[in-house]
Design a binder for this molecule. Structure first.
Ligand code: FEO
Length: 176
């Protein structure tokens, strides 16, 4: 059982996760366009992970007998200055998502909704990993600077990222 405030906030978070997927799909498309297939792969995996986040919230709202209401999704940017620009925008966006998850957790505690608070713990941990991965790549890109060979080596590294589908249970997506 979810109250109206929590249901609204979860639907809001669902749309933010869907926008995240859309943003990273746009970055993947841009990376492909400029010939960086490894970067394109990294962002495509990120897109898939964001769809998992979206569906975790979708399933949770349904499992709690509340109503999923989809909202309009803003158009993501389609042009970027450089790979560094893409990752700086990624980190900035993930910090915004972390803040949003934290506010949701605060709301769940305030409403004494322990089930939702517990549900959000997975997202709180996931955000630590996401911000850390982005920071790591930003640092590498800063070291690389204008070195084309360094950029191609990083492109090869990012080509190795693999999407790991989440485990499924009778109630839906559980984790990754
Ligand atoms: Fe689902 Fe990248 O936050």
């Amino acid at each position: 059982m979810l109250n109206e405030k929590i249901t609204n906030a979860l639907n809001g978070q669902l749309s933010k996760e869907l926008y995240s997927a859309y943003l990273y799909l746009s970055m993947s498309a841009y990376s492909t366009y400029i010939g960086l297939k490894g970067f394109a792969n990294w962002f495509m995996v990120q897109y898939q992970e964001e769809m998992v986040h979206t569906m975790k919230i979708y399933t949770y709202i349904n499992d709690q007998g509340a109503r999923v209401k989809l909202r309009s999704i803003e158009e993501p940017p389609s042009d970027f200055e450089s790979p560094l620009d893409m990752f700086e925008k990624t980190l900035e966006h993930e910090r915004f998502i972390t803040k949003s998850i934290n506010e949701l957790a605060d709301l769940a505690l305030g409403e004494k909704d322990h089930a939702t608070y517990m549900f959000l713990q997975w997202f709180i941990n996931e955000q630590i990993e996401e911000e850390s991965n982005d920071t790591d790549i930003i640092n590498k890109l800063k070291h690389i600077g204008n070195d084309g060979n360094g950029l191609l080596m990083l492109d090869k590294e990012l080509a190795l990222r693999v999407f790991v589908p989440p485990a499924q249970t009778s109630t839906g997506v559980t984790g990754q």
